[in-house]
Design a protein around this ligand. Sequence first.
Ligand code: NAD
Length: 499
Amino acid sequence: MVGLGTMGSGIAEILARSGRSVVVVEANDNALARGLAALHASLDKAVARGRLTHADKAQIIARIRAADGLAAGAAGADLVIEAVAENMELKRAVFGELDLACRPDTILATNTSSLSVTALAAGTRHPDRVAGLHFFNPAPVMKLVEVVSTVLSPPGTAETLAGLVRALGKTPIQVGDRAGFVVNPLLLAYLNHAVRLLDVGYATSGDIDKAATSGVGLPMGPLALLDLIGLDTSLSILEALQAELGGSRFTPAPLLRRLAEAGLTGRKAGRGFYEYQRQSVHAARADDTVHHMASQPPSTVVLIEDGAAPLAADLTSTITEAGIGVARPPAAEADLILVAATPARRVLDAALACQSPGDAVGIHLVGPHAARPALAELVITHLTKASAVDAAAALAAKIGLESVTTPDRPGFLAAAMIYPHLNDAATMVQDGYASAADIDTAMMLGCGYPRGPLEMLDDIGPAVVLGVLSAMHASSGDPAFVPAPLLAEHAAAGTRFRC
Ligand code: NAD
């Protein structure tokens, strides 16, 4: 194991826990001591939780030996895993030395997140034995490992490494050498898009994250996740993806770059999109600290169907169950006008058709389970008065839903944020880089998604996603939202990505 930092110490731990002898190599004594201390601390935690005994821990530690230098450490190894910092020059130097020190049949694997495995291989005398073995952070916990072959790899290498991954109790997916492999291009494009939505004032940071968690069912909001990964790290990965794959989805959002430049790199700096003070988390931007005035829920509302009759019927029963009267237009007296909204249709048209457009708010209920919405998207037009937004937010709270405010643009907030991500996954299937099943496995095991993006897309319906993306593209002109041809084909045929 070369490099015993964040990733290397975790990888060394799982190898030793599986009964393998591990030789660790670090740049200097201090780094070695730090890496071994992290490894001990992780094992101590497992002991404290009752997952290991003290005797198990002692046996695991006994399998780990520190070597005096790279050549001495690597000489007898069957497999070398490199996890030094994400720097091509540094990795090239390490692989050059390994090439001379190892047996010709030793497999040399890199844990790189975004650099070219092929370029590393090509710099060695035996390029066919160089592969990628991309673990996720924290390595002892995350179940996914991307096994990367290059055009120079013989067929057996990936299979050997996949066998090892399975023996470590993890799930391999085998992929070719393309920047970021499966997970990082999908994840980082989506996170970057969320920063753009914040940057242009589309929604507040709290609402963006709430739409992803309550509205889509993801374990974390995109901005909180960026703070966790580190804004500097995320910026470097985006730049590497942009350099190789091009396209506007990887062009770093200006706000991401500015925050990283300012040293506001997220949790590790105490501030990124949020401020982290001991136990509490606050929004770091002033616009997020402006809360809606606590408002009484209205006693009656006028509900406009706007072509969404079943939706309006559901809303009517939910609102009346909460003790709020619902009238249909053209009722004159009401505290609030609600428009039953759908993401492919503009609320403004319905608002203009009523007597006081400033009192009209669109309402769109979303959630990971269609039958049980968890979040109300409150759609505000440029005419909507603040008092109407407050009243709609109070109504949402009264009917037991969280709420976010969103502009009257195609997709509103949750779909505008997540459908381009689903489209990216569809494009990856279309390009033949990975199967729909592998992509779903990768996002579930690598990012903790409860469902993979293609299963999500199938559940929403390819035709629905296609309609919203087409409307997003038509209204913004951004080529990033052009629907994948394969998505359009599934929509036309009524077929699914996952069989
Ligand atoms: P890190 O900075 O925590 O650790 C790198 C370690 O390599 C340091 O301890 C450093 O002293 C050591 N090192 C540097 N030069 C060395 C040399 N010549 N010989 C031996 N050791 C040397 O980095 P990290 O976050 O563990 O990342 C390592 C690799 O894993 C990178 O390629 C990164 O892209 C990839 N990766 C990181 C994550 C993550 O979330 N951190 C996730 C997946 C993959």
